[in-house]
Design a protein around this ligand. Structure first.
Ligand code: AHG
Ligand code: MN
Ligand code: MN
Length: 337
């Protein structure tokens, strides 16, 4: 089709798919073996398959309301379990993954074969939102096995700065994949009819300031005083003559997606008594922190320390976390005593 015809018909005939993007990125690195590309390819299949199941589940639930579904009495497998199984199978069959940490598995999984990567995942994040049709997602972080390692827990009990890639896919009206391989952040949108993720947001940068805060304020009873002071001040009139806006979906992926695009701050502080956070270091905090930093934002713990430099002691360790626009995180840090 000549240029003018495709323009007349408003058809972009030269779109960048995720597969094309992965190959282009690989070609930039002469030393690349193609193994990470194969792994990313297996990941995108897992995301498409999970997206497909979420779309179907919504429909099945809707049919259920009218009383015609589940007539056989079959209990639908919960999406947390389906997502986990899809993820495990995709990683196993890629031949590139040696170690898998999943929120849904108590122990880490060690695959047979010679894979060189360790993947940490929250297969379905925000699952309490799923029956209401609110966005949920899959979060992942990738490490390369340490030199001479045959794959052990030591390959994932490492600081987040050693991850080589991270991202999430948010399943909503369409699926959005946000990815970093340590060279900025790129956003892709799934064209479900084409079956391809299309590059829609190249080189995403988070705005430096935005008066939006995103936290479960129902927990304020458990917050330390400096957090209460900080939030109280956000509700005062700011220099623009307005207080901050509150936005909280309750799915970390959706709250982080909005924060990346619009700016602002997302936080889940630890309980001041037990000192326990809710969000898990390896498959929630680290991947989102890497994305934020790569997009020009910041990610810190309740003490204001860079979260990516922390070393987890267990695969399901939790942490308090604050992440978002650089200016907003710096403002929060000024409240820490
Ligand atoms: P998950 O569904 O993987 O267990 O994660 C839920 C997390 C996260 O998505 C969200 O930010 C947070 O829990 C919400 O917690 P609250 O309901 O306590 O606000
Ligand atoms: Mn989660
Ligand atoms: Mn989950």
């Amino acid at each position: 089709m000549s240029d003018s015809v495709s323009k007349q018909m408003n058809v972009d005939t030269d779109i960048i798919t995720l597969s094309r993007f992965i190959i282009q990125e690989q070609q930039k690195h002469q030393e690349a073996t193609g193994e990470l590309s194969l792994l990313l390819n297996a990941l995108q299949f897992a995301f498409k398959f999970i997206a497909h199941n979420i779309r179907r589940a919504e429909l099945i639930n809707l049919i259920g309301v009218s009383g015609t579904a589940n007539s056989t009495g079959d209990v639908q497998k919960k999406l947390d379990v389906i997502g986990d199984e899809i993820f495990i199978n995709a990683m196993k069959s890629s031949g590139q993954v040696k170690i898998l940490v999943s929120e849904e598995q108590e122990d880490l999984i060690v695959f047979e074969g010679g894979g060189k990567y360790a993947v940490c995942t929250d297969p379905i994040d925000g699952s309490s939102n799923i029956d209401a049709g609110v966005s949920v997602g899959t979060i992942f972080g990738i490490y390369k096995l340490q030199q001479d390692s045959n794959g052990s827990i030591k390959d994932v009990l490492r600081p987040g700065t050693e991850m080589i890639a991270a991202g999430y896919t948010m399943y909503g009206a369409s699926a959005h994949l946000v990815l970093t391989t340590g060279n900025g952040v790129d956003g892709f949108t799934l064209d479900a009819q084409l079956g391809e993720f299309i590059l829609t947001q190249p080189n995403l940068r988070i705005p430096e300031f935005r008066s939006i805060y995103s936290m479960n304020e129902g927990n304020s009873l458990y917050w330390p005083e400096y957090v209460k002071d900080y939030i109280k001040d956000l509700k005062e009139l700011q220099s623009n003559g307005k207080p901050y806006s509150a936005r909280y979906v309750g799915s970390m992926v959706a709250d982080i997606h909005r924060t990346l695009l619009y700016g602002g701050i997302f936080a889940y502080p630890a309980d001041s008594k037990s000192k326990n956070g809710k969000l898990r270091v390896l498959y929630e905090c680290f991947p989102m922190a890497m994305l934020m930093e790569q997009a020009g934002g910041l990610a810190v713990n309740d003490k204001g320390e860079r979260i990516l430099e922390k070393v987890p002691k267990g695969i399901h360790d939790k942490s308090g976390i604050w992440l978002g626009s650089k200016g907003e995180i710096e403002k929060f840090k000024s409240y820490i005593k």
